[in-house]
Structures are given as structure tokens and as C-alpha cells.
Design a protein around this ligand. Structure first.
Ligand code: GLA
Length: 448
């Protein structure tokens, strides 16, 4: 039998990547850029398809980032090329950008310029503002790790900083300025919704612009408030394994929008501002053990799903909504808040807490596979192989239909688990998956 070596990506070297995008800029435009900016993809630990319903999600920044080198122009023109698409130069006059008139990867760049100009005067782009950009990214595209937000968020910082010389006032877009970062996240969300045409929520852009280095965030999407969470896996001898299954997903398609529409129908049918408001305020089940907390949550979820389905029956456009899509939303809302609590009490001496965290991940996966129906055979194979090889838990990351899988594993068995996944893929004749080393990530910033 041939032994399949698991394919591990190399550990990203931030300094080298900053220099690489700068060099690519010089090679194309023949001058030095005015600056380099970058923004990370995110690993969402838990909470899928609930950001747009006011649920809480738990993302952390990845070490994989998108880099943008840029130089100011004063003729209102935006020009960009990407190292990943050599020769595919795109140019547009900023005031001519409109939802629907651009296509492909450039919509994530130009969409940000358009979206900034929908804002109040203090952050709109001066009329003569233009820029030349070079983009380079090591966030897997279509991997559920938020490659689109990484382009948007690195671009928005580049455009804000480059426009400073043309402005009357100074704008500090560093991560110290949380208020401006929160507005810029909204700018990027609008760019993705309106110009790129993906009706996604705010998870990815919030994680990319507003995370704290090396930490997870619990983001309450009712008001976008943040609570940083220390996930100290290292002292417990644990690690996250991230597998890019190389089965790309596409969220601008109808499947994501269909699930969003159904769950928003449930919100409306229940007469609420956010579906999250249907659940009790406190979902932590603090003080309850794993089994009792699970029992409580499953009863609450079933009860509310029944109520929502009845209410939806009387709203014409909500009838025949798949029950599982609604149930999943309530389910993941409960799981995130329990997980945040479990992490807060977990330490190196509490294997039961880490084991419960793993189970919460797998419970979310089962809901995404069976209720929300966003898995596919390659994903199921990766999750099953991780669990069979001893992972504490495993799940899809992001919007599903392909993309990445993550697992919570003992650090000592990281390579054995990756081997098990590689073997399972080879046995089924699937394309080889790629394993992504996880060092701590940090939020979007100016690098140079
Ligand atoms: C994508 C979207 C997010 C979120 C996730 C699913 O990443 O961009 O807003 O809805 O899917 O949790």
C-alpha cells in the first residue's frame, strides 16, 4: 500500500509576504508603493448562519492574510492586479462603480471604494482620489476561511490611509480606533452584499478588522459588541487542526441566500428584530454539567422551532420553510454561548471542559450536516476521519458546501490525525486535502 504523506502548507512568514507584495508592485508599476496593508482570514470556532440573525459567533484571526501594496493617484481611477491572477489587470473610474457593473475578484476591491462613498462625508473618498494596487493572498480561496473579507478589509485600510494626503482631517484607522474600525467593517459588509453580490452577514469583516491578536472574539451581532476570549489550548496540550478540503464553496450562489431568507422569515413571523431574541438572554447554563446543559438546550430548541414553524405557517412567503434550517439557527446560538462559558472555566487541569468543547463542535457539525444541509461527502469524510483518529471534536468552518474543516486535537496526535484524513481521502479517490499550520493571527493593519 502506498503511504500518502499529509500535505502541510508552510508556516506563513509575514515579513517575507510584506516584501513580496511590495516587490510585485514595483515590478508592475515601476515605482515604490506608498504603503502595504494586510488583513487576516478567520477561523470561526462556532456559530454559523446566525450572524445575520443577531446570534453570537466566535471567530479568531488566522495567520493567513491578504496583502495590498498601494500608491495614491489623483485622477479618480482605481487600478488593481493580483499576484494570484497575473495579467488580469482591472481598472475603473471610482465614481462609475455601481452594484452589478463589475465581475469577479475585483468586485471585492472596487466594492469597498463604492461603499466608502455611501458613508457620511468624513470617510468618503475625495473626488480626485484614485489608487494603484497590487494584491497578494495566502488565504485559501473558497475555503470557508473568509478570503473575501481579507481582500475587503486590507483594501479598506489601504484606501483610508492613501486618501489621507487629500483630506482636511487626519483619520486614524489603526486598531486602537475601535469606533472607526466598526464603521469600516460595515463598509466592507455593504461592499460584499451589494457589489460582490453575496448576501452574507458581518462575521468575517468583524473578525478581520476587530479581532485581538491571538484571541477569539465572541461577537454579539445584535449590536456588534465584542468580548475577547483567551483560548489557552497550549497549556492543555491541545491544538486546532485546520483542513482545507479543496472543495471550494461559492456563497454568491442561491443556497446561502435561501437559508438566510428562511431564517429571516422566522424572525419576522415571530415579530422580532432578531431571531436571537426568541431565546432566553442567558444561554450559558452556568453551573450545569455537560449532560444537563445539553438536555436543557435541546428542549429549548425544539420548543422554539415548533413555535416558529407555527408562526411561519401564517405568513404566506414563509410557508414550506425547511424546519431544520430554523432549528439549526437556534441550536448554534445555544452552542456558542455555552462554548464561551466552557472555555472561560477550562484550564489545563480540566479535561472535562475541553472534552465538552470538542463535543459542542461536533454537535454543531451534525446540525450543519443534517438540519441546515450544508455539508458534502468530502467534508463528512474529513470530520469522521478526525473523530475516528481521536479528535475531541470536529466541524465545518464557515458557510459550508465545501471549504475547510477544523478539529480540536491533542497536539501530540496532530500529525496522526492529519494522516488519518489524508488516508481516508486517498481511499475514496478524493483530491488531496491540505493541512494548515495554526500560529496566532492578528487583525488588519498597516505593515509598511
Ligand atoms: C460566510 C458569511 C458569514 C457567515 C458565515 C456562516 O462566511 O460571510 O457572514 O454567515 O458564512 O456562518
Amino acid at each position: 500500500m502506498t503511504i500518502i504523506e499529509p500535505a502541510w502548507a508552510s508556516e506563513p512568514d509575514h515579513k517575507v509576504l510584506v516584501a513580496r507584495v511590495r516587490d510585485a508592485f514595483v515590478a508592475k508599476y515601476g515605482v515604490e508603493p506608498d504603503g502595504v496593508w494586510s488583513a487576516p482570514g478567520r477561523l470561526n470556532l462556532l456559530g454559523e448562519y446566525i450572524d445575520f440573525l443577531g446570534g453570537s459567533c466566535m471567530p479568531m484571526p488566522l495567520p493567513y492574510r491578504t496583502y495590498v501594496a498601494g500608491r495614491l493617484r489623483r485622477d479618480g481611477v482605481l487600478r488593481a492586479e493580483s499576484v494570484q491572477m497575473p495579467g488580469d489587470e482591472r481598472t475603473v473610474v471610482i465614481r462609475d462603480i455601481h452594484p452589478g457593473n463589475l465581475k469577479g475578484w475585483f468586485t471585492y476591491v472596487a466594492g469597498v471604494a463604492w461603499s466608502l462613498n455611501q458613508e457620511a462625508g468624513d470617510i468618503t473618498l475625495p473626488a480626485e482620489f484614485g489608487a494603484d494596487l497590487m494584491i497578494d493572498s495566502n488565504v485559501p480561496v473558497g475555503g470557508g476561511l473568509s478570503s473575501s473579507a481579507a481582500i475587503e478589509c486590507s483594501t479598506v485600510l489601504a484606501l483610508m490611509d492613501l486618501s489621507v494626503t487629500l483630506r482636511q482631517q487626519v483619520l486614524d484607522a489603526s486598531s486602537a480606533n475601535g469606533e472607526l474600525r466598526a464603521r469600516l467593517a460595515q463598509v466592507c459588509i455593504r461592499a460584499e452584499n451589494k457589489v460582490a453580490g453575496a448576501h452574507t452577514g458581518g462575521l468575517d469583516q468583524t473578525a478581520s478588522l476587530r479581532s485581538a491578536p491571538g484571541q477569539a472574539l465572541v461577537v454579539d451581532f445584535r449590536d456588534f459588541s465584542l468580548q475577547p476570549v483567551d483560548v489557552d489550548l497550549e497549556s492543555a496540550g491541545l491544538s486546532f487542526l485546520v483542513v482545507n478540503t479543496n472543495t471550494p464553496h461559492e456563497l454568491a450562489g442561491g443556497e446561502f441566500a435561501a437559508r438566510r431568507a428562511v431564517t429571516e422569515c422566522a424572525t419576522q413571523a415571530l415579530g422580532l428584530a432578531y431571531l436571537r431574541d426568541a431565546l432566553p438572554d442567558d444561554l450559558r447554563c452556568a453551573g450545569l454539567g455537560e449532560a444537563e446543559a445539553k438536555q436543557w438546550r435541546l428542549a429549548a430548541i425544539d420548543d422554539l422551532t415548533n413555535k416558529a414553524m407555527v408562526a411561519m405557517d401564517s405568513v404566506t412567503r414563509c410557508t414550506e420553510a425547511p424546519r431544520g434550517w430554523v432549528r439549526h439557527a437556534f441550536h448554534d446560538m445555544c452552542l456558542v454561548e455555552r462554548a464561551a462559558y466552557v472555555i472561560s472555566v477550562a484550564d489545563a487541569q480540566s479535561p472535562a471542559a475541553w472534552s465538552e468543547l470538542g463535543n459542542l463542535f461536533t454537535e454543531s457539525f451534525v446540525s450543519m450536516r443534517d438540519e441546515l444541509q450544508v455539508s458534502r461527502p468530502e467534508i463528512n469524510t474529513a470530520v469522521d476521519a478526525c473523530l475516528d483518529a481521536g479528535a475531541l471534536g470536529s466541524r465545518i468552518v464557515g458557510g459550508g458546501f465545501g471549504g475547510a474543516v477544523m478539529a480540536l486535537v491533542e497536539t501530540d496526535s496532530l500529525y496522526a490525525v492529519s494522516q488519518a484524513v489524508a488516508d481516508a481521502y486517498a481511499a475514496r479517490g478524493y483530491a488531496s486535502p491540505e493541512f494548515l499550520p495554526m500560529s496566532p493571527g492578528f487583525p488588519a493593519q498597516r505593515d509598511h
